[in-house]
Design a protein around this ligand. Structure first.
Ligand SMILES: Nc1ccn([C@@H]2O[C@H](COP(=O)(O)O)[C@@H](O)[C@H]2O)c(=O)n1
Length: 289
């Protein structure tokens, strides 16, 4: 049905179920579809030429906006908490308070650096951040078909927006829900706005109540893209959901996590740095137009 589903990177526990969901979503029409996606390591590359690519946090951590002492502290945090984030032997309940600890300490360090709003553009331009191959088609096609794309990220919204703006794909159908910085009248970072979003509290339901995302209520078919098990709840609360197709990028600790990902996501993409499969699915759902 979709040639790309035979790519070597694709694993599916139940291909028949995937086919049924795809046909049902195609029949319902692309005007009933919404896409909900994580950002770091889902829309962005995990690695390039054998080297890790940065997350939104890392873009700042490695930039010239941060002094050397702070860089070391942020690196220590990453080295301590990232292995916990991807540890398949620990439960989400066990990881949750530790993830809050990581985010809180990192945000505190960033605030101490008195980052200027204007400097974010340069930090992104000078970074090694890379959207996955095929990103132009992904963003442009969703825009052309007026399909809403909600990017739900535990990263830093201001940096994320700059990455997609820099890539020329921050179209009007894109909404970002993330951790945003609050600047003072001189444009200096003071704090982060609102409730902290970390990898274990992503839920679209909470957003739907805000009214901002009211149009999404009329879109009961969801294509969900993520790279962690925390991303699986991003569509919780979508009202009267008809179908959901969950695509998971498995980037790291592949053998340890393969089975859990296969049990949780409908389609698992193993060390696949492209958006080839999501793009083929979007093309199929929009009638190959
Ligand atoms: N201080 C931090 C905190 C988190 N990260 C990474 O960011 C990712 C979250 O962003 P999503 O767009 O994927 O929600 C998360 O997976 C952490 O590994 C970081 O690099 N630094």
């Amino acid at each position: 049905m979709i040639r790309e589903l035979s790519n070597p990177s694709v694993c599916m526990k139940n291909p028949g179920k995937v086919q049924d969901i795809l046909l049902s979503m195609q029949k319902a029409g692309s005007n009933t579809l919404q896409v909900i996606s994580d950002f770091d390591m889902t829309l962005t590359r995990f690695a390039f030429n054998g080297k890790r690519c940065p997350t939104c946090h890392n873009i700042l951590d490695n930039s010239r906006l941060i002094d050397d002492e702070c860089k070391l502290k942020l690196k220590d945090l990453l080295n301590t908490y990232y292995p916990i984030e991807i540890d398949p032997t620990r439960s989400a309940e066990e990881k949750l308070p530790l993830m809050v600890e990581w985010w809180t300490q990192a945000h505190e360090l960033l605030i101490q650096q008195k980052i200027k709003k204007d400097a974010l553009v340069l930090a992104v331009q000078e970074s090694e951040a890379k959207l996955r191959e095929g990103y132009q088609f992904f963003f442009n096609h969703l825009h052309e078909h007026s399909i809403p794309l909600l990017i739900f990220s535990a990263g830093i919204g201001d940096v994320l927006e700059e990455v997609i703006r820099h890539a020329g794909v921050f179209h009007s159908n894109v909404n970002v829900f993330s951790n945003y910085m609050k600047f003072d009248e001189l444009g200096v970072l003071q704090e982060f706005k609102g409730e902290l979003i970390h990898i274990y509290n992503k839920r679209e339901g909470a957003l739907l109540n805000t009214g901002h995302f009211r149009e999404l209520r009329a879109r009961p078919n969801v294509l969900l893209l993520g790279d962690s098990l925390g991303d699986l709840t991003m569509a919780d609360g979508v009202q009267a959901m008809e179908n959901i197709l969950k695509i998971g990028f498995l980037n790291d600790k592949v053998e340890d996590r393969r089975q859990t990902y296969m049990d949780s996501y409908d389609i698992v993409l193993i060390q696949d740095e492209t958006l080839e499969v999501p793009n083929a699915i979007v093309r199929f759902l929009t009638g190959n137009k």
